[in-house]
Design a protein around this ligand. Structure first.
Ligand SMILES: NC(=O)C1=CN([C@@H]2O[C@H](COP(=O)(O)OP(=O)(O)OC[C@H]3O[C@@H](n4cnc5c(N)ncnc54)[C@H](OP(=O)(O)O)[C@@H]3O)[C@@H](O)[C@H]2O)C=CC1
Ligand SMILES: O=C(CO)COP(=O)(O)O
Length: 350
């Protein structure tokens, strides 16, 4: 860790006021953990009728049906009420609306507030990650990102889960580890913010690819081939972008890649599955009804990889299928006839 900061204002010995912005599945899962740990937790969602329904029924019917919310969790559609007195704020808003929400909340934040993005995406029409947006839209804040193999549904079901808090601010990592740690939830730390954030965004692309492979009734050899070569691509891209490729062998990298590429709990995987079964992309996205960040990320990464000359055959292939109307069998034939290169391009040897 490179920066040590005073965390006295966010000590976890007492119940802290903590806000979670976003009423979707992940915001709800995270808010539920924090409330369960005894903190004064406020969850903000934009829609008052949804907020009222959550308060009255003790359940977020649309995003996490059947899951009882912690009775201490305070749910509001008033941003000021959610933020009041909070020195820790989690932002769990899809990348498409992330900047807009941060712009609204910025004037309400006290200097030195801890801002944590949980969003695994890249800003539309730019190459900004969410921590870049937090830095651009606020000043004097302490910034981190949370990412890892974390299906919201499994977190709230109490399945043993681990995640990564990444920040250059070691005291921030320590505080967030304490705030989130529970009997079923562990939090590891990293100082590679860019790598952790990039990993979370990139893996969504490959979940679309493996979802499509599943739809085409490919077997486990194919899935293993895809996940392993996806990791190689992710590390190659990370290195070209200046991130530490080693971050990609951790929970936020290969951990989340395996999870998201292996399960239809992933919305990105389900988009790939539906397209693989012949459904148009727009229809598939609409049917999922929740955010599938990978669709936009494919476009942005393809553009960036081309610009920088980074070899990403799987990104090019899924881009060709989703956005260039290329037939799936032709794209697969091209992939399988590509150059056969080295297996492992990284070595621990000096
Ligand atoms: N779900 C998961 O398992 C995980 C998700 N993530 C990441 O977390 C991020 C959020 O995902 P998730 O909670 O799953 O998304 P969902 O699609 O479940 O929910 C999105 C939430 O954001 C709200 N929202 C959208 N636009 C705005 C806006 N302009 N102003 C205010 N609120 C808005 C939606 O409100 P409304 O309902 O009114 O439309 C909804 O409450 C994503 O980047 C995802 O990659 C990370 C780990 C796991
Ligand atoms: O990031 C996730 C699990 O770690 C959730 O993936 P999806 O957004 O594809 O559902």
């Amino acid at each position: 860790m490179t920066t040590q900061q005073d965390s006295s204002s966010t000590t976890t010995d007492a119940a802290l006021p903590i806000a979670v912005l976003g009423g979707g599945s992940f915001g709800t899962a995270i808010a539920n953990i924090i409330a369960g740990n005894g903190h004064d937790t406020r969850q903000w969602m934009r829609d008052e009728s949804r907020a009222r329904d959550c308060r009255e029924t003790g359940e977020n019917h649309y995003y996490l049906p059947g899951v009882p919310l912690d009775p201490a969790l305070k749910i509001t559609s008033e941003l000021e009420e959610a933020i009041d007195g909070c020195r820790i704020v989690f932002v769990s808003i899809p990348s498409k609306s992330f900047r807009e929400v941060v712009q609204r909340v910025a004037p309400l934040l006290a200097e030195g507030t801890v801002l944590i993005s949980t969003t695994k995406g890249v800003e539309h029409d730019s190459f900004h990650l969410m921590s870049d947006i937090l830095r651009e839209e606020t000043s004097g804040m302490r910034i981190g990102v949370l990412s890892g193999p974390n299906f919201a549904k499994e977190i709230v079901a109490g399945h043993y889960t681990a995640t990564v808090i990444a920040s250059e601010d070691a005291a921030l990592c320590d505080t967030i580890q304490k705030v989130l740690h529970s009997e079923t939830f562990r939090v590891y730390s990293s100082n590679d913010v860019f790598g952790v954030e990039l990993a979370g965004a990139l893996k969504n692309i490959y979940a679309i690819v493996t979802g499509m492979a599943a739809a085409l009734d490919r077997g486990q050899n194919t899935i293993s081939l895809l996940i392993t070569r996806a990791l190689a691509e992710m590390m190659r891209f990370a290195e070209a972008m200046g991130a530490d490729p080693m971050t990609f062998i951790g929970l936020a990298g290969v951990g989340d890649l395996i999870l998201t590429c292996s399960s239809d709990l992933s919305r990105n995987y389900r988009v790939g599955y539906l397209v693989g079964r012949g459904r148009p992309l727009e229809e598939a996205v609409a049917e999922i009804g929740q955010v599938a960040e990978g669709v936009n990320t494919v476009r942005l990464i393809k553009h960036k990889a081309d610009e920088m000359g980074v070899y990403m055959p799987l990104v090019s292939a899924i881009h060709a299928i989703l956005f260039e109307e290329r037939p799936i069998p032709e794209v697969i034939r091209n992939l399988m006839s590509g150059a056969q290169t080295f297996d492992v391009a990284y070595s621990a040897k000096p």
